[in-house]
Design a protein around this ligand. Structure first.
Ligand SMILES: Cc1cc2nc3c(=O)[nH]c(=O)nc-3n(C[C@H](O)[C@H](O)[C@H](O)COP(=O)(O)OP(=O)(O)OC[C@H]3O[C@@H](n4cnc5c(N)ncnc54)[C@H](O)[C@@H]3O)c2cc1C
Length: 318
């Protein structure tokens, strides 16, 4: 079965759903294909307090509203499906989806997001959302007056540790090396902040607590000396993994695997756009993802306007 569309969106997080809302409103026949649950990382977010127009809501509620909105504008939604092959070069792009057939469109918007890199120790999963976070902007406020640990030594770890001092009473930076990879200016700022403390050359052994996180156990990499750090929060800043493996060799990626796109979200391939956390960008938030999604959709609409026959006027062929 070949299904023809004006646009196919890969990924139904905030970037993909927003692109769908804009394309649907432009009366373009649009499919949103997600290998997981529609909603993306928002689904994992217990409380979102920084999405304008919403005082506070669960990420799931915001995701469900975006999904209903995309559907109300005519988007066809496919979730929990396996994308087995993609071909993005040429005028017509094809996406093979197991059990659904071949999707064809002149436009593809890649909005496959990514995931924060994890330490991979069992207790990390146990306390995720119960003390462990990967986003200071999102969750810092929940730790007002509390002791927190920040894990990592790059720019994000050091800058976010200083940002966390606005809320937390103390921030202990735990790093695996004896030096930081962060910019010296950022490190100086952290060193000059009386709320920030440092523990270098440490392995994270375990996160411990009853209902919520209570302490982080670390061990010195060379001496093996074990330290228990009392902490209600632990922020893990050890990098980010974009979901872009399947686009390698098709669109231009940087050395971290993020898709390179210009300010209209255009990639190096005509008709292929990237939006949200999967592209090269500095700030990864729901607001920045929805902004990308709307820009990608408007750029795609303009691109399609120059084409002769929109798929909305062509019947699917079996
Ligand atoms: C724990 C946590 C809390 C957060 N809290 C906040 C907050 O409070 N406020 C805030 O603004 N931001 C928050 N963020 C960040 C925010 O959720 C992300 O920046 C945002 O969701 C990115 O949107 P996206 O659409 O680009 O990608 P994602 O949300 O990652 O969505 C990508 C979608 O693509 C799908 N997908 C992946 N690979 C494929 C594929 N090959 N084919 C098809 N589909 C695919 C995934 O299943 C997913 O549904 C939080 C993030 C985390 C992890």
């Amino acid at each position: 079965m070949v299904k023809r569309y004006d646009a196919i969106i890969l990924g139904g997080g905030p970037a993909g759903l927003t692109a769908g809302i804009y394309l649907g409103r432009a009366r373009l026949k649009t499919a949103i294909i997600d290998s997981g649950s529609l909603g993306g990382q928002m689904i994992m977010t217990y409380a979102v307090a920084n999405y304008p127009g919403v005082l506070e809501a669960s990420g799931r509620d915001i995701a469900m509203t975006m999904k209903a909105q995309a559907k109300s504008f005519g988007c066809e939604l496919f979730s929990n499906v396996e994308v087995t092959n993609i071909e993005l070069s040429g005028d017509e792009k094809t996406i093979e989806v197991e059990d659904e057939g071949t999707f064809v469109a002149p436009v593809v918007i890649i909005a496959t997001g990514g995931v924060p890199r994890t330490l991979g120790i069992p207790s990390e999963a146990e306390f995720k959302g119960r003390g462990i976070s990967y986003c200071a902007t999102c969750d810092g406020d929940f730790f007002t007056g509390k002791n927190v640990v920040a894990i990592g030594g790059g720019n994000t770890a050091i800058e976010e540790s200083v940002a966390l001092t606005k809320y937390a009473s103390s921030v202990t930076v735990v790093h695996e090396f004896d030096h930081f990879q962060a910019h010296p200016f950022a490190v100086d700022q952290a060193r000059n902040n009386p709320k920030v403390h440092f523990l270098m050359e440490q392995d994270i052994r375990e996160f411990v607590g009853t209902d919520n996180l209570e302490k982080v156990i670390v061990a010195h990499k060379r001496t093996g000396e074990v330290t228990e750090i009392p902490a209600e929060g632990a922020f893990i800043f050890i990098g980010y993994v974009p979901n872009t493996d399947m686009f390698k060799g098709q669109v231009a990626l940087n050395d971290r695997g993020e898709i390179i796109a210009d300010e209209s979200m255009q990639t190096d391939l005509p008709g292929v756009y990237a939006a949200g956390d999967s592209r090269v960008k500095r700030y990864r938030q729901i607001t920045t993802a929805v902004a990308d999604g709307s820009i990608a959709a408007m750029s795609a609409t303009e691109y399609l306007r120059n084409r002769l026959q929109p798929a909305s006027s062509v019947k699917n062929v079996a």
